[in-house]
Design a protein around this ligand. Structure first.
Ligand code: CAA
Length: 283
């Protein structure tokens, strides 16, 4: 495929609407899909708020921001989103059954040459690709939160992904203004494997009474120059999201990823981080 013009983004949550935004700013026509009008409205509100921040900081002109919003069409049907897509980026919850079902449907609904990408942060790209008729054109495109700001794009090469697909998404990532890295498919890839282990240990340290969340975060922010400590970051990403990733990595890679009991308790109590108003901190 020579150029990606039309992108379908499946899922309008934090990651999905951020991905839709950067694709639209880069000049693509974007179809943003979610199951309900409310979810789409929340997603579009997120795009507008983020673009306003970029305009206020003079990182983007008002005209370019308005044009980007105009390039995003919100739809509730996967078939409608996928029918003319050159690239689909899936950003639905981290549940393998959901992703397998979706990729099987995408294989039927998209044009033959379309690339199918997953924004999974740890699940097997190879397994997701195997649900389709074109595993060679399936790839991982892992974005980071907040998507418009974070420079990294982690490209994951599944066992059957072909080099032409990797080359196409590399060029696409650069067009979005991202710095891509290419990694082979292995649980947690390069980023989540390292990021999660730090978050996991930080939660265990709270559990063991080593120090307060504030002190642990400050240790990494001031001692290691992390922009945000591991507990504040867990609140940003969502405690439920991190728990799902840990459960998967625990199954795949072993004991070091066993989710701390404190994390399970907090998720059960509805303390999911920023999105619920409380996690390790109150918002
Ligand atoms: N849209 C537009 N602009 C945004 C924004 C958004 N959503 N979020 C932040 N910004 C802008 C701000 O306006 C600000 O702009 P200026 O530099 O021009 O002033 C800049 O980004 C910095 O923001 P703030 O001043 O509000 O705060 P900050 O300096 O603490 O930065 C942060 C915020 C960018 C989130 C920073 O703390 C950070 O980089 N944190 C770590 C984030 C991280 O590690 N993300 C990865 C999470 S893991 C993941 O996403 C993958 C996964 O698989 C789950």
């Amino acid at each position: 495929m020579s150029e990606i013009r039309t992108v379908a983004v499946i899922g309008a949550g934090t990651m999905g609407h951020g991905i839709a935004q950067v694709c639209a700013v880069a000049g693509c026509d974007v179809l943003l899909q979610d199951v309900s009008e409310e979810a789409l409205e929340r997603g579009l509100a997120g795009v507008r708020a983020s673009l306003e921040r970029l305009v206020a900081k003079e990182r983007l002109s008002k005209e370019d921001a308005d044009a980007a919003v105009g390039r995003i069409e919100a739809v509730t049907s996967v078939a409608e989103a996928a029918q003319d897509a050159d690239l689909v980026v899936e950003a639905v919850p981290e549940k393998i059954a959901l992703k397998l079902e979706l990729f099987a449907e995408l294989a039927e609904r998209t044009p033959e040459g379309a690339i199918l990408a997953t924004n999974t942060s740890s699940l097997s790209v190879t397994e997701i690709a195997a649900a389709t008729d074109r595993p060679e054109r399936c790839v991982g495109l892992h974005f980071f939160n907040p998507v418009p700001i974070m420079p990294l794009l982690e490209i994951i090469r599944g066992l059957r992904t072909d080099e032409a697909t990797v080359e196409t998404v590399l060029a696409f990532g650069r067009r979005l203004g991202k710095e891509p890295i290419v990694v082979n498919d292995w649980p947690g890839f390069a980023t989540s494997r390292l990021g999660i282990i730090l978050g996991c240990e930080a939660i265990r340290m709270v559990e063991q009474g080593v120090a307060s969340p504030e002190a642990i975060d400050k240790a990494m922010e001031l001692g290691y120059r992390h922009p945000m400590g591991p507990l504040r970051l867990t609140d940003l990403v969502g405690l439920d999201v991190r728990l799902h990733i840990m459960e998967h990595l625990h199954r795949e890679l072993g004991e070091q990823f066993r989710p701390p009991a404190l994390l399970r308790q907090m998720v059960r109590a509805g303390k999911l981080g920023r999105k619920s108003g409380e996690g390790f901190y109150r918002y």
